[in-house]
Design a protein around this ligand. Structure first.
Ligand SMILES: Nc1nc2c(c(=O)[nH]1)N[C@H]1C(S)=C(S)[C@@H](COP(=O)(O)O)O[C@H]1N2
Ligand SMILES: [Mo]
Length: 241
């Protein structure tokens, strides 16, 4: 490795750049399946060696595919999980899991659609409407967008303020009538029902109100920022919301 570019030495970053480049080269559609295939063979191997049947609880069972652009993600629970809201707000906030559970919960049942093609019908999600958290923080007039960050340290997402205030956008605590497990982004993930599932950032830890949209992880790698199901990314799927 060239010592003039010490920042290029870290292998995790190098791997992310490699995957991202693949994604750009094929309009972003190749990248996720590459990760997915690795995970599926891992799951298949795990299932073969699992007399307890516990691997049946892994996400592949329900039609979901497991995705993470980070190679490892810390586990967070009721003791150490925090969700912060900051940026262009009057009252920056930090919520514990108990705080979020104490707020009014919304339940929605929608299809989940990944931009790579897989769809999971009629999936119940429960959590707190994002609009409620934004109102509690007091969004300033100069604000136009929201940026989401994750405790995997890598993934980011974004919405316009109008999109973020839709009633079908939530900070989800439960999916399929269970508390969100780690592999699905638990304890808390974003859920943007009308958009491709890449908008639904897993392991959500930060909500920052900003002036303008800053494209998220996959959006910097070729996916559409306005990710409406059936009306973006060159796809014609049935809308989900
Ligand atoms: N933090 C984080 N959130 C993420 C992703 C990711 O890699 N990291 N992948 C996205 C994509 S492309 C999809 S399809 C869904 C997958 O969610 P699942 O693993 O629960 O099926 O999460 C989205 N949110
Ligand atoms: Mo996806």
């Amino acid at each position: 490795m060239n010592s003039e570019h010490p920042e290029e030495r870290g292998t995790p970053v190098g791997r992310r750049i490699f995957l991202g480049t693949l994604g750009l080269g094929a309009l972003g559609v190749v990248t996720a399946p590459v990760l997915q295939r690795g995970m599926e063979s891992f799951l298949a191997g795990a299932a073969e060696n699992d007399p307890t049947g516990l691997t049946g609880l892994l996400p592949n069972g329900g039609g979901f595919r497991y995705y993470s652009v980070a190679s490892s993600v810390p586990h967070k629970n009721a003791e150490n999980y925090r969700l912060t809201i900051d940026g262009l707000v009057d009252r920056p906030m930090s919520y514990t899991l108990a705080d979020l559970r104490a707020l009014p919960q919304t339940r929605m049942i929608r299809d989940v659609q990944c931009v790579t093609g897989w769809r999971v019908p009629d999936t119940p999600f429960e959590g707190v409407r994002l609009s409620r958290l934004l109102d509690a923080a007091g969004v300033r007039p100069s604000a136009g967008a929201v940026r989401f960050t994750c405790f995997d340290g890598v993934y980011t997402e974004s919405l316009t303020l109008d999109q973020a205030r839709r009633s079908d956008v939530m900070v989800a605590l439960r999916m399929q009538d269970k508390d969100l497990g780690h592999s699905h982004g638990g304890p808390v993930r974003l859920y943007v029902a009308p958009m491709y599932f890449y908008k639904s950032a897993k392991w959500l830890s930060g909500i920052t109100v900003t002036e303008d949209v800053r494209p998220g992880y996959w959006e910097e790698r070729g996916y559409d920022v306005d990710a409406w199901v059936g009306r973006s990314n060159g796809r014609d799927d049935e809308p989900t919301s």
